[in-house]
Design a protein around this ligand. Structure first.
Ligand code: ADP
Ligand code: MG
Length: 661
């Protein structure tokens, strides 16, 4: 089993599709595209400025006192009018734009190179180097930075080049801090440790291992500070400390126009507008770039999912249905799942994580779902309570009828959020894999259990706490009355998972969903927690949907089992029968991977090959490429789930040959 799951190595995307996807993602961000277009136009104008005398455009510095302060569009020779000395404003704007952009970009590059170097060196060498460099950075940051820039220019003397240095210096700390932070988190990684142990030189590690990994951080910081730097340059020029007359830059033009604001507002308004448009465009592109480069944003980890999984309208979901054979049909189900399809829409790709899954759970029964990791077990379970993240997840087909709660059947797909929330944690409770991340680290465990009771019962806080104590005693937390005041980090992993079980049972749910609840625990604790879970669920008469990749555990807890592969049920039946006589080659091979006590000479064979990607499933049986029984018929057309005996379903046309050799 272990070998089988180890075989699941993620596939590396081809790099050219990565680039194309990047462009597509940037193109989907409308504002970034607008910013890019504006920036390209302005940048093009600035680049072409030296060629402008070829066009009928005036010299930016040629004065013409007889044509002072012309209004825009008043004279065809001066499209945007003239300033107090009769200089052509359009021409000065274009030249000014060029200067402002050049200074902004140059200052950004200087700050990025020096700041990143400081950050890298401080993080890598640590100790005294870190101390000296970062305290220096702290000193720079201790001053309001425009004031510092003014002071630097005051020392160096006014002028564009000195303004550039001043702006670059005051921005160095932003790069140094960002790069130091991300380098520190990289240094602990094994690949850097490996490089160090292989005897690479400091320079090689810094520039060929660390730098490429922090480059996205540097680029993001550059894109977000460029706009600032242009504003700061304009500020210094506005105060007369940057560009010196007659040279135009946007800030100095604004400064010159300031005195004429009453008589000729356009002289100041035009460069002001140009600065505004330029900086907004740069920031929009910067934001787009950040979304593109930040791996957390790219994976969608920072995008907040909806409160419930989105679903298609009932009619569309019904239309999308396929076969209706139901694994574990029962007369009076508690939960009836029909043709459930949960897909992930990732860019152009559709991941069919769960495709056409149907089963019933009877009141008080226990159903196990097994399969390799990535087979769709968790997504099936999460779909029950609308917990699949949207975006990118979406329920595109099927229904989930919940018959509990004494209110007749409710289709949990597409049910109003308030209704779903009344069921979540109350009638249907979910136990997640890792109790460490489920519990709030800053809340005492007694309060966390009491909150679950209080939320759904409408009782007093005192009553809720009394019930919490009962529950903690029931899950055998030693000295529960005292432990009510413990923080989650003060408990062992097994105890934390017991607390989570107590929370799940708090409101006497009809159904407990447990998604690999003991994978994070050691074997002995695992057995204790599972025994407890089983005993309590029986005592409270709750049904159980239990997910695991461990057959032994499922056999111990569940009456019915279904095996999933690539988002579909491939075999289903009563647990004992299914394990004794598997009828699908996949189940057979999975069982062959389970070690047995007292059978040291049994050969365990890993299943060759990898599960298919669920966005690119073969037309026939998804397991055929790894199956020793596969024939051409298996690969050409979809294989239906068929009943081979009462209560036994299998999705294999050669099921009769399974287990014969
Ligand atoms: P498991 O059987 O190990 O619990 P899951 O149900 O978690 O597998 O995942 C099934 C498939 O759905 C996998 O191929 C996985 O890549 C995909 N998947 C799960 N969550 C997401 C997500 N948030 N975005 C995109 N794909 C996902
Ligand atoms: Mg899972």
């Amino acid at each position: 089993m272990k070998a089988a799951s180890e075989a699941l190595v993620p596939r590396a995307p081809a790099s050219h599709t990565g680039l194309r996807e990047g462009w597509q993602r940037l193109a989907r961000n409308r504002l970034a595209v607008v910013g890019l277009v504006v920036l390209a136009l302005l940048g093009g104008l600035a680049l072409l400025a030296p060629l402008l005398p070829l066009l009928p455009l005036a010299d930016p510095n040629a004065t013409d006192p007889s044509n002072r302060l012309l209004r825009p569009f008043a004279d065809s020779a001066h499209l945007l009018g003239t300033d107090a000395l009769g200089r052509d404003l359009l021409s000065r704007l274009i030249w000014g734009l060029r200067v402002s952009l050049a200074v902004g970009i140059a200052a950004t590059l200087v700050a990025a190179v020096i700041g990143s170097l400081i950050g890298l060196l401080a993080a890598w060498f640590g100790r005294w180097t870190d101390m000296a460099l970062m305290r220096g950075i702290d000193v720079v940051m201790a001053f309001p930075y425009l004031l510092l820039a003014l002071a630097i220019v005051a020392v160096l003397g006014p002028g564009l080049l000195n303004a550039l240095f001043a702006i670059a210096i005051v921005n160095i700390p932003f790069f140094a801090r960002a790069v130091r932070g991300s380098t520190l988190s990289l240094i602990e990684r094994d690949f850097i440790e490996a490089a160090r142990k292989s005897g690479y030189s400091h320079a090689r590690i810094l520039f060929s291992e660390l730098l490429p990994n922090v480059l996205p951080v540097i680029i993001i910081t550059m894109s977000t500070t460029l706009g600032w730097m242009i504003l700061e340059t304009a500020g210094l020029s506005f105060l007369g400390l940057g560009a010196q007359p007659p040279q135009a830059d946007l800030g100095s033009m604004l400064g010159e126009g300031r005195r004429l604001l009453m008589n000729a507002p356009h002289v100041a308004a035009l460069p002001g507008l140009a600065i505004l448009v330029l900086v907004v465009a740069i920031n929009l592109v910067g934001d787009g770039l950040r979304d593109l480069l930040d791996p957390r944003l790219r994976s969608g980890a920072l995008s907040r999912p909806l409160a419930a999984t989105a679903s298609d309208a009932p009619a569309e979901r019904a239309a999308a249905g396929g076969e209706a054979l139901v694994a574990h049909a029962c007369q009076q189900p508690l939960l009836g799942v029909r043709q459930l399809r949960t897909h992930f829409l990732a860019g152009q790709r559709t991941l069919r994580a769960v495709d056409d899954v149907s089963f019933d759970i009877a009141p008080g029964a226990a159903l196990g779902i097994v399969g390799e990791s990535g087979s769709g077990k968790s997504v099936t379970a999460l779909s029950m309570l609308g917990l699949v993240a949207t975006p990118p997840g979406r329920i595109v087909g099927g229904r989930i009828d919940y018959h509990g709660g004494g209110q007749g059947a409710v289709d949990l797909v597409g049910t109003p959020l308030a209704r779903l929330q009344a069921i979540r944690g109350n009638r249907i409770a979910y136990i997640f894999q890792d109790p460490q991340t489920t519990l709030n680290p800053l809340m005492r465990i007694g309060d966390q259990v009491a909150e679950t009771v209080w939320q759904h019962r409408g009782c007093s806080w005192q009553q809720a706490r009394a019930r919490a104590l009962e529950l903690l005693e029931e899950v055998r937390i030693p000295d529960a009355a005292h432990r009510m005041r413990a923080w989650p980090h003060e408990l062992s992993g097994g105890q934390r998972q017991r607390v989570v079980i107590a929370m799940a049972l708090a409101n006497e749910p009809d159904l407990l969903i447990a998604d690999e609840p003991t994978t994070a625990l050691d074997v002995t604790t695992q057995a204790q927690v599972l025994d407890l879970l089983d005993a309590l669920r029986r005592r409270h008469n709750a049904a159980l949907l239990f997910i695991s990749h461990d057959f032994a555990v499922v056999a111990q807890l569940c009456d019915q089992v279904q095996v999933m592969y690539a988002g579909r049920i491939v075999e289903a039946g009563p647990a004992a029968e299914l394990f004794a006589t598997p009828r699908h080659p996949y189940t057979e091979r999975l069982l062959a991977c389970v070690p047995e006590l007292g059978q040291p000479e049994r050969v365990m064979e890993a299943i060759p090959g990898l599960p298919p990607a669920v966005d690119d499933l073969p037309p026939g049986c998804a397991f055929a490429p790894r199956c020793h029984l596969a024939t051409e018929a298996c690969q050409s057309a979809p294989i239906a789930l068929q009943a081979i005996a009462p209560g036994r379903l299998v999705r294999c046309i050669r099921h009769a040959e399974v287990g014969r050799g």
